[in-house]
Design a protein around this ligand. Sequence first.
Ligand SMILES: [Zn+2]
Length: 381
Amino acid sequence: MNRLKQLEEHGFDIPTQERAREYQRARLLLAALESLALLGLLLLFAAFGSAPLRDWLSRSAQSPWSVNLLYTLIFGLGLSVASLVPSWRNYQLERRYGLSVQPPRGWLVDELKSGAILLVIFLAVFPAIYSGIARSNAWWVTTWAITTLFIVVLSFIAPVILMPLFYKFVPLEDRELTGRLERLVEKAGVKVLGVFKMAAAAKTRRAVGALAGIGRTRRIILSDTLLENYTPEEIETVVAHELGHHAHRDMWKLIAGQSALALLGLYAVHLALEPLAKAFGLGKDIARLPLFLIIFGGVFFVLSPLSNSLSRWFEGQADQYALQLAKKPAAQARVMVKICDQNLRFAAPHLLLELLAYDHPAGIKRVERVRRFLREAGAER
Ligand SMILES: [Zn+2]
């Protein structure tokens, strides 16, 4: 109960935070079951389905290249279909807790779109690896270079091609607010970025403030669920936080981090795929793909506490930047509290849980940072 007392003292709504904790537990349990089920499915397929599928395709296909392409297509489709189950359960959970307000039909359409995107990525990557690159000993270096290029391209097109597939974006129109934000951007001394309103209210109750894109596509995104529920002062602190990410070049750091993870993942595949494939009786061909994904995904999973810690550190720095830029500590503290309550983010997790699963600092720590800023500002006077 100590934790709840602390939360109350920091301004959080206690019944909402109790619900947030309950939601978090259910979400974590579901995520753990999902990962285990996916691992089990991939192992089963590697043991019993992968080689027969390759052989069946080899009998009818003209060239190894087309075997690889067809195998990837069928495997990718299967994976998308299998992932519908956990995704549906997650959607149901979000509905139960009032986070998602999307009708089932819309949910399905979104699922089909993300399945199609996954399939396109699979088809662009794996047949190429298996039809040539994998033959060289340094295949993982070449693949890493291509993957990095891919991450950069995806980051560039995300706000203009990928995200509009799911949400509508329009430039922010509110004159009063735009004026405030322009003054803030000027004060930050960064090149003027577009501020876009994201139409999220038909799908979710969550409030979203984010930076997206790189180079000429970079922009600040504010969801209508945020714009409608927050005062102009509060929105200023959200934008100041995003400008902090921009000033610290966090998008590029994120890309570099993902690229480094990919390098480690591919190196692990390089080391472990051969013995693992042998154990499954699989040769040097596309039938190893499920094992490839298990090793590669395993590296991301094992290192996620590290990537989450880095992310929390960047987020803390952006909060600090926002305090110094917008100089609205009271409003900033209110935003931290409101966003945690609105998005059902439990604000006082156990330290270990924060380390493992939080990509933003715990809400209570974000409020603490504001209080520290106030104390230091008071001491300066
Ligand atoms: Zn942030």
